[in-house]
Design a protein around this ligand. Structure first.
Ligand code: ASE
Length: 337
């Protein structure tokens, strides 16, 4: 009945009225699946199972509501639903209903049990549940990564020239754009510096899309290198561009990456950071503060001040650190080996 083959069998046969009745039952069971999940999550989150584990004996719904600081009528309905789901047991006394944990809830739904699934359930309730709100969009949509690449590439047609032109990069002929993605900045770079070649170093799946959709194959001065710059070797070069990369990561990861780049870098070479810079006192610019909040939501990093980036670069061994504000959204910082 539950699998495709089973339901086909039912359809081919002449339907009897009893088989007919199974369909609504299955339909409603599926329809209500998330109500069941939420009842279990909510009883867990409110501490119903923990309280009943610690209490001497079964408790009335009024007592549970009072101890947990909830409404009495809401708690009574929640407890009765848990009984329906066999997450609680109930016994009727002359004073009314008294609730107790079942074996299942004692074992898995209490925080203190060695087999507790409390944290897993809370992760589902708080994070997974919210993501599933967008399930339709996720299935319908063009792949998220490709949209992200189009979205992030667009800014370089406005700011690219300014950040690439902020310093004279003409002495650097072999350039790696680490996390260079769709190549918008690499294109600016080769157009401004006719003697340079740029290699876009990015994850294999990103490089594949960049080649197919973004960088024309006749662009001979842009090449690709597939890899994970945290795990895989970084080839020797004159200049490494890190455009909107460090803002994705916490300080320890930034240090790890910069130290690795310093090692690979030719003597006299350098690293160019392209980031939106916070004022030293962090009072602005507002756009950068907003972007920093976005990094909290979408990544592991934050936007930083020039002093913070300089400190990271210096700790990795780079010197002659220069900061250039462009007056546009993205700025440039150059460090030399
Ligand atoms: C990243 C850059 C971005 C990672 C996630 C991101 C951007 C949006 N999401 O490296 C572009 C910058 N814009 C904002 C709002 O931060």
């Amino acid at each position: 009945m539950m699998n495709a083959r089973g339901s086909l069998t039912v359809r081919r046969r002449k339907m009897s009225s009893t088989e007919d009745l199974d369909y609504p039952q299955i339909l409603f069971q599926y329809n209500n699946g998330f109500l069941v999940s939420k009842i279990m999550f909510t009883a867990c989150e409110l501490g119903v199972f923990d309280l009943l584990l610690e209490s001497e004996g079964p408790l009335s719904s009024d007592a549970i509501a009072e101890r947990l600081g909830t409404s009495a009528s809401g708690m009574e309905r929640l407890l009765d639903a848990c009984v329906g789901l066999k997450l609680l047991g109930v016994e009727m006394k002359s004073e009314g209903a008294f609730y107790r944990n079942t074996e299942l809830s004692n074992l898995y739904l209490t925080k203190s049990s060695p087999k507790s699934q409390y944290h897993n359930l809370m992760y589902y309730s708080k994070t997974v549940y919210l993501c599933w709100h967008y399930l339709t969009d996720a299935v319908r949509s063009e792949e998220e990564m490709i949209k992200f690449m189009y979205g992030l590439n667009a800014i370089w047609s406005i700011c690219g020239r300014d950040v690439i032109g902020a310093f004279d990069l003409s002495p650097f002929t072999i350039i790696y754009d680490l996390g260079g993605c769709a190549g918008g900045l690499a294109q600016e770079c080769i157009s401004l510096y006719p003697n340079s070649t740029v290699t876009i170093y990015d994850l294999p799946k990103v490089v594949q899309v960049a080649k197919e959709r973004f960088v024309p194959p006749e662009e001979r001065r842009i090449t690709f290198h597939e890899g994970d710059f945290f795990k895989d070797p970084i080839p020797e070069a004159d200049l490494y561009i890190l455009a909107r990369i460090l803002h994705d990561w916490a300080d320890d990861k930034c240090m790890q990456l910069l130290a690795k780049i310093h090692k690979a870098c030719k003597p006299g070479g350098g690293v160019l950071l392209v980031e939106t810079l916070l004022n030293e006192d962090k009072t602005g610019p507002l756009e950068t503060q907003l972007y920093s909040m976005n990094m909290l939501v979408q990544a592991e990093g934050k936007e930083r001040t020039p002093a913070e980036y300089s400190k990271l670069l210096a700790a990795a061994g780079f010197r002659e650190i220069q900061v250039k504000k462009t007056g546009k959204l993205y700025d440039a910082i150059l460090g030399r080996k």
